[in-house]
Design a protein around this ligand. Structure first.
Ligand code: NAD
Length: 294
Protein backbone atom coordinates (compact mmCIF):
# COMPACT_ATOMS: atom_id res chain seq x y z
CA UNK A 1 0.00 0.00 0.00
CA UNK A 2 1.26 3.49 -0.85
CA UNK A 3 0.42 6.48 1.38
CA UNK A 4 0.79 10.03 0.04
CA UNK A 5 1.43 12.77 2.61
CA UNK A 6 0.23 15.70 0.52
CA UNK A 7 0.37 18.61 3.01
CA UNK A 8 2.37 19.66 6.08
CA UNK A 9 2.17 17.22 9.02
CA UNK A 10 4.40 16.39 11.97
CA UNK A 11 7.87 15.50 10.63
CA UNK A 12 7.76 12.19 12.60
CA UNK A 13 4.61 10.99 10.79
CA UNK A 14 6.28 9.14 7.86
CA UNK A 15 8.22 6.96 10.34
CA UNK A 16 5.03 6.19 12.28
CA UNK A 17 3.23 5.09 9.12
CA UNK A 18 6.04 3.01 7.56
CA UNK A 19 4.67 -0.19 9.07
CA UNK A 20 1.60 0.13 6.84
CA UNK A 21 3.50 0.40 3.54
CA UNK A 22 5.41 2.89 1.41
CA UNK A 23 5.06 6.51 2.50
CA UNK A 24 5.79 9.34 0.07
CA UNK A 25 5.37 13.09 -0.17
CA UNK A 26 5.88 13.02 -3.94
CA UNK A 27 2.56 14.29 -5.33
CA UNK A 28 3.35 12.95 -8.80
CA UNK A 29 2.76 9.46 -7.35
CA UNK A 30 -0.92 10.18 -6.58
CA UNK A 31 -2.15 7.69 -9.21
CA UNK A 32 -0.46 4.83 -7.29
CA UNK A 33 -1.69 5.79 -3.84
CA UNK A 34 -4.38 4.06 -1.79
CA UNK A 35 -4.33 6.58 1.07
CA UNK A 36 -3.88 10.36 0.86
CA UNK A 37 -3.30 12.64 3.84
CA UNK A 38 -4.29 16.29 3.34
CA UNK A 39 -4.80 19.39 5.43
CA UNK A 40 -6.46 22.47 3.87
CA UNK A 41 -3.96 23.11 1.05
CA UNK A 42 -4.66 20.13 -1.21
CA UNK A 43 -8.00 20.50 -2.98
CA UNK A 44 -9.58 17.08 -3.56
CA UNK A 45 -11.78 18.10 -6.48
CA UNK A 46 -13.44 15.71 -8.94
CA UNK A 47 -10.49 16.22 -11.27
CA UNK A 48 -8.07 15.34 -8.44
CA UNK A 49 -10.06 12.22 -7.53
CA UNK A 50 -10.31 11.18 -11.21
CA UNK A 51 -6.52 11.17 -11.31
CA UNK A 52 -6.29 8.79 -8.32
CA UNK A 53 -7.80 5.49 -9.50
CA UNK A 54 -6.38 3.42 -6.58
CA UNK A 55 -7.47 5.86 -3.88
CA UNK A 56 -9.60 4.31 -1.10
CA UNK A 57 -9.08 6.62 1.86
CA UNK A 58 -8.58 10.37 2.36
CA UNK A 59 -7.70 11.61 5.82
CA UNK A 60 -7.98 15.34 6.41
CA UNK A 61 -5.71 16.34 9.27
CA UNK A 62 -7.96 18.95 10.91
CA UNK A 63 -11.68 19.68 10.86
CA UNK A 64 -13.10 21.50 7.78
CA UNK A 65 -13.89 19.17 4.88
CA UNK A 66 -14.76 21.97 2.44
CA UNK A 67 -11.61 21.24 0.37
CA UNK A 68 -12.88 17.72 -0.43
CA UNK A 69 -15.61 16.90 -2.97
CA UNK A 70 -17.31 14.44 -0.65
CA UNK A 71 -20.22 13.48 -2.97
CA UNK A 72 -17.66 12.59 -5.67
CA UNK A 73 -15.56 10.63 -3.15
CA UNK A 74 -18.68 8.71 -2.04
CA UNK A 75 -19.54 7.94 -5.70
CA UNK A 76 -16.08 6.45 -6.12
CA UNK A 77 -16.21 4.49 -2.85
CA UNK A 78 -13.45 6.59 -1.29
CA UNK A 79 -13.77 6.95 2.48
CA UNK A 80 -13.18 10.42 3.92
CA UNK A 81 -12.21 11.02 7.55
CA UNK A 82 -11.00 14.02 9.50
CA UNK A 83 -9.21 14.30 12.85
CA UNK A 84 -11.86 16.61 14.24
CA UNK A 85 -11.21 16.30 17.95
CA UNK A 86 -7.48 17.04 17.72
CA UNK A 87 -7.53 20.74 16.82
CA UNK A 88 -10.02 22.28 19.26
CA UNK A 89 -7.53 23.45 21.90
CA UNK A 90 -5.09 24.84 19.32
CA UNK A 91 -7.78 26.89 17.55
CA UNK A 92 -9.42 28.04 20.79
CA UNK A 93 -6.08 29.30 22.12
CA UNK A 94 -5.47 31.31 18.92
CA UNK A 95 -9.00 32.75 19.01
CA UNK A 96 -8.44 33.74 22.61
CA UNK A 97 -5.02 35.20 21.85
CA UNK A 98 -6.69 37.44 19.22
CA UNK A 99 -9.51 38.30 21.60
CA UNK A 100 -6.99 39.45 24.22
CA UNK A 101 -4.59 41.16 21.81
CA UNK A 102 -7.22 43.35 20.07
CA UNK A 103 -8.62 45.37 23.03
CA UNK A 104 -5.19 45.49 24.69
CA UNK A 105 -3.53 46.96 21.57
CA UNK A 106 -0.65 44.49 21.85
CA UNK A 107 0.37 44.76 18.19
CA UNK A 108 -0.07 48.55 17.97
CA UNK A 109 1.91 49.03 21.20
CA UNK A 110 4.71 46.76 20.02
CA UNK A 111 4.93 48.40 16.60
CA UNK A 112 5.02 51.90 18.13
CA UNK A 113 7.88 50.91 20.45
CA UNK A 114 9.83 49.43 17.54
CA UNK A 115 9.31 52.76 15.68
CA UNK A 116 10.67 54.61 18.73
CA UNK A 117 7.30 56.26 19.51
CA UNK A 118 5.66 56.57 22.96
CA UNK A 119 1.88 56.45 22.32
CA UNK A 120 0.80 55.60 25.88
CA UNK A 121 -2.02 58.17 25.89
CA UNK A 122 -3.54 56.88 22.63
CA UNK A 123 -3.72 53.26 23.71
CA UNK A 124 -6.82 53.02 25.87
CA UNK A 125 -7.46 49.37 26.72
CA UNK A 126 -10.72 47.65 27.62
CA UNK A 127 -11.18 44.51 29.72
CA UNK A 128 -12.82 41.19 28.88
CA UNK A 129 -14.12 40.92 32.45
CA UNK A 130 -17.94 41.17 32.65
CA UNK A 131 -18.24 41.59 28.87
CA UNK A 132 -20.51 39.37 26.76
CA UNK A 133 -19.08 36.99 24.18
CA UNK A 134 -21.35 35.68 21.44
CA UNK A 135 -20.20 32.39 19.92
CA UNK A 136 -21.41 31.50 16.43
CA UNK A 137 -21.18 27.70 16.17
CA UNK A 138 -21.13 26.11 19.63
CA UNK A 139 -19.33 22.88 18.73
CA UNK A 140 -15.93 21.63 19.87
CA UNK A 141 -13.95 24.84 19.25
CA UNK A 142 -16.75 27.21 20.27
CA UNK A 143 -17.04 25.29 23.55
CA UNK A 144 -13.29 25.52 24.30
CA UNK A 145 -13.41 29.27 23.62
CA UNK A 146 -16.45 29.61 25.90
CA UNK A 147 -14.64 27.80 28.74
CA UNK A 148 -11.68 30.19 28.42
CA UNK A 149 -14.01 33.21 28.29
CA UNK A 150 -15.76 32.08 31.48
CA UNK A 151 -12.36 31.85 33.21
CA UNK A 152 -11.92 35.54 32.31
CA UNK A 153 -15.27 36.41 33.91
CA UNK A 154 -17.19 36.85 30.63
CA UNK A 155 -20.85 36.03 30.03
CA UNK A 156 -21.12 33.63 27.07
CA UNK A 157 -24.11 33.39 24.76
CA UNK A 158 -24.33 31.44 21.53
CA UNK A 159 -26.02 31.09 18.16
CA UNK A 160 -26.28 27.53 16.82
CA UNK A 161 -29.50 26.48 15.06
CA UNK A 162 -28.58 22.81 15.62
CA UNK A 163 -28.62 23.16 19.41
CA UNK A 164 -31.37 24.03 21.88
CA UNK A 165 -29.14 24.03 24.93
CA UNK A 166 -25.48 23.73 25.90
CA UNK A 167 -23.63 23.02 29.17
CA UNK A 168 -21.45 26.16 29.05
CA UNK A 169 -23.15 28.54 26.62
CA UNK A 170 -26.57 30.17 26.86
CA UNK A 171 -28.06 29.44 23.43
CA UNK A 172 -30.03 32.37 21.96
CA UNK A 173 -31.08 31.31 18.49
CA UNK A 174 -32.53 34.69 17.58
CA UNK A 175 -30.04 37.08 15.99
CA UNK A 176 -32.18 40.17 16.62
CA UNK A 177 -31.97 39.42 20.35
CA UNK A 178 -28.44 38.11 20.46
CA UNK A 179 -26.45 40.51 18.28
CA UNK A 180 -27.07 43.72 20.27
CA UNK A 181 -25.94 41.90 23.44
CA UNK A 182 -22.43 40.97 22.24
CA UNK A 183 -19.29 42.96 23.09
CA UNK A 184 -17.25 40.23 21.40
CA UNK A 185 -18.19 37.74 18.70
CA UNK A 186 -16.29 34.55 17.88
CA UNK A 187 -17.02 32.83 14.56
CA UNK A 188 -16.67 29.05 14.78
CA UNK A 189 -19.08 27.58 12.26
CA UNK A 190 -18.16 25.35 9.32
CA UNK A 191 -18.53 26.83 5.82
CA UNK A 192 -21.93 25.72 4.50
CA UNK A 193 -24.59 27.17 2.17
CA UNK A 194 -26.21 28.70 5.28
CA UNK A 195 -23.04 30.17 6.82
CA UNK A 196 -21.45 31.56 3.60
CA UNK A 197 -21.67 35.36 3.80
CA UNK A 198 -23.62 35.09 7.07
CA UNK A 199 -21.74 38.05 8.61
CA UNK A 200 -22.69 40.82 6.16
CA UNK A 201 -23.62 44.51 6.43
CA UNK A 202 -27.23 43.82 7.47
CA UNK A 203 -26.12 41.54 10.29
CA UNK A 204 -23.29 43.90 11.31
CA UNK A 205 -25.83 46.76 11.53
CA UNK A 206 -27.64 44.84 14.30
CA UNK A 207 -24.44 44.48 16.37
CA UNK A 208 -23.42 46.72 19.26
CA UNK A 209 -21.32 49.73 18.23
CA UNK A 210 -17.67 48.99 18.93
CA UNK A 211 -18.01 45.19 18.82
CA UNK A 212 -14.86 43.07 18.51
CA UNK A 213 -15.02 40.08 16.13
CA UNK A 214 -12.64 37.14 15.92
CA UNK A 215 -12.88 34.71 13.01
CA UNK A 216 -11.07 31.38 13.29
CA UNK A 217 -13.89 29.50 11.52
CA UNK A 218 -13.87 30.05 7.77
CA UNK A 219 -13.06 33.19 5.72
CA UNK A 220 -16.15 33.01 3.52
CA UNK A 221 -18.48 33.12 6.53
CA UNK A 222 -17.94 36.91 6.44
CA UNK A 223 -18.27 39.44 3.62
CA UNK A 224 -14.79 40.94 3.88
CA UNK A 225 -15.82 44.22 2.19
CA UNK A 226 -18.56 44.73 4.79
CA UNK A 227 -16.17 43.97 7.66
CA UNK A 228 -13.60 46.43 6.24
CA UNK A 229 -16.26 49.18 5.88
CA UNK A 230 -17.44 48.63 9.46
CA UNK A 231 -13.85 48.80 10.74
CA UNK A 232 -13.36 52.10 8.92
CA UNK A 233 -16.55 53.58 10.39
CA UNK A 234 -15.72 52.28 13.89
CA UNK A 235 -18.88 50.13 14.04
CA UNK A 236 -16.49 47.20 14.54
CA UNK A 237 -13.71 48.19 16.98
CA UNK A 238 -11.39 45.37 16.03
CA UNK A 239 -11.24 42.25 13.87
CA UNK A 240 -8.97 39.27 14.47
CA UNK A 241 -8.81 36.94 11.50
CA UNK A 242 -7.07 33.64 10.78
CA UNK A 243 -9.11 32.37 7.82
CA UNK A 244 -9.33 33.60 4.24
CA UNK A 245 -11.24 33.35 0.96
CA UNK A 246 -8.21 31.43 -0.33
CA UNK A 247 -4.88 30.45 1.22
CA UNK A 248 -3.10 32.80 0.73
CA UNK A 249 -5.70 35.46 -0.20
CA UNK A 250 -5.32 36.87 -3.72
CA UNK A 251 -6.48 40.29 -2.59
CA UNK A 252 -8.40 41.32 0.49
CA UNK A 253 -9.69 44.64 1.84
CA UNK A 254 -8.72 43.46 5.34
CA UNK A 255 -5.02 44.18 4.94
CA UNK A 256 -5.73 47.89 4.46
CA UNK A 257 -8.53 48.16 7.05
CA UNK A 258 -7.80 49.64 10.51
CA UNK A 259 -7.74 47.76 13.83
CA UNK A 260 -7.11 44.26 12.57
CA UNK A 261 -4.84 41.46 13.68
CA UNK A 262 -4.36 39.03 10.81
CA UNK A 263 -2.77 35.58 10.89
CA UNK A 264 -2.06 33.15 8.00
CA UNK A 265 -4.44 30.26 8.87
CA UNK A 266 -2.34 29.00 11.79
CA UNK A 267 -5.23 27.97 14.06
CA UNK A 268 -4.38 24.29 13.93
CA UNK A 269 -0.63 24.70 13.61
CA UNK A 270 0.60 23.94 17.10
CA UNK A 271 3.30 21.35 17.64
CA UNK A 272 1.03 19.51 20.07
CA UNK A 273 -1.87 19.44 17.61
CA UNK A 274 0.26 18.05 14.78
CA UNK A 275 1.34 15.24 17.14
CA UNK A 276 -2.31 14.55 18.11
CA UNK A 277 -3.32 14.56 14.42
CA UNK A 278 -0.50 12.07 13.68
CA UNK A 279 -1.72 9.73 16.44
CA UNK A 280 -5.30 9.80 15.09
CA UNK A 281 -4.09 9.20 11.51
CA UNK A 282 -2.05 6.19 12.66
CA UNK A 283 -5.13 4.80 14.42
CA UNK A 284 -7.40 5.38 11.40
CA UNK A 285 -4.98 3.72 8.95
CA UNK A 286 -4.55 0.81 11.39
CA UNK A 287 -8.33 0.30 11.40
CA UNK A 288 -8.46 0.62 7.61
CA UNK A 289 -5.78 -2.06 7.20
CA UNK A 290 -7.67 -4.34 9.61
CA UNK A 291 -10.93 -3.73 7.71
CA UNK A 292 -12.52 -2.02 10.74
CA UNK A 293 -12.89 1.53 9.46
CA UNK A 294 -16.54 2.58 9.29
P1 NAD B 1 -18.01 21.33 15.23
O1 NAD B 1 -18.70 20.54 14.18
O2 NAD B 1 -17.72 20.67 16.55
O3 NAD B 1 -18.83 22.67 15.54
C1 NAD B 1 -19.41 23.47 14.56
C2 NAD B 1 -20.72 23.98 15.10
O4 NAD B 1 -21.27 24.90 14.15
C3 NAD B 1 -21.76 22.88 15.34
O5 NAD B 1 -22.24 22.91 16.66
C4 NAD B 1 -22.85 23.22 14.34
O6 NAD B 1 -24.15 22.90 14.81
C5 NAD B 1 -22.68 24.74 14.17
N1 NAD B 1 -23.32 25.29 12.99
C6 NAD B 1 -23.52 24.70 11.79
N2 NAD B 1 -24.20 25.54 10.97
C7 NAD B 1 -24.40 26.67 11.68
C8 NAD B 1 -25.05 27.90 11.38
N3 NAD B 1 -25.67 28.12 10.20
N4 NAD B 1 -25.06 28.86 12.33
C9 NAD B 1 -24.48 28.65 13.55
N5 NAD B 1 -23.89 27.49 13.89
C10 NAD B 1 -23.84 26.52 12.97
O7 NAD B 1 -16.67 21.85 14.57
P2 NAD B 1 -15.39 22.46 15.32
O8 NAD B 1 -14.39 21.39 15.56
O9 NAD B 1 -15.83 23.29 16.46
O10 NAD B 1 -14.82 23.38 14.13
C11 NAD B 1 -15.58 24.50 13.66
C12 NAD B 1 -14.96 25.07 12.41
O11 NAD B 1 -13.70 25.67 12.74
C13 NAD B 1 -14.59 24.03 11.34
O12 NAD B 1 -15.69 23.68 10.54
C14 NAD B 1 -13.55 24.76 10.54
O13 NAD B 1 -14.17 25.49 9.51
C15 NAD B 1 -12.94 25.74 11.55
N6 NAD B 1 -11.54 25.40 11.87
C16 NAD B 1 -10.58 26.34 11.67
C17 NAD B 1 -9.27 26.06 11.97
C18 NAD B 1 -8.19 27.08 11.79
O14 NAD B 1 -7.05 26.72 11.52
N7 NAD B 1 -8.47 28.37 11.95
C19 NAD B 1 -8.90 24.78 12.44
C20 NAD B 1 -9.90 23.85 12.67
C21 NAD B 1 -11.23 24.17 12.38
Amino acid sequence: MKILISDAFDPGLPDKLKRFGEVTDDKSQLADCEVVLVRSKTKCTREYLDSAPKLKLIIRGGVGLDNIDRPCAAEKGIKVFNTAAASSIAVAELAFALMIALPNHIVKGHESMVRGEWIKKQLKRTELYKKTLGVFGCGRIGTEIALRAKAFGMKVIGYDPFLNSHDTIEIINDLDTMLPMCDYISLNTPLTDETAGMINKDVIAKMKDGVYIVNTGRGKVVVEEDIAEALKSGKIAGYGNDVWYSDPPESTPLTSAPNTILTPHIGASTKENLLRIGDIIEELIGKYVDGNLD
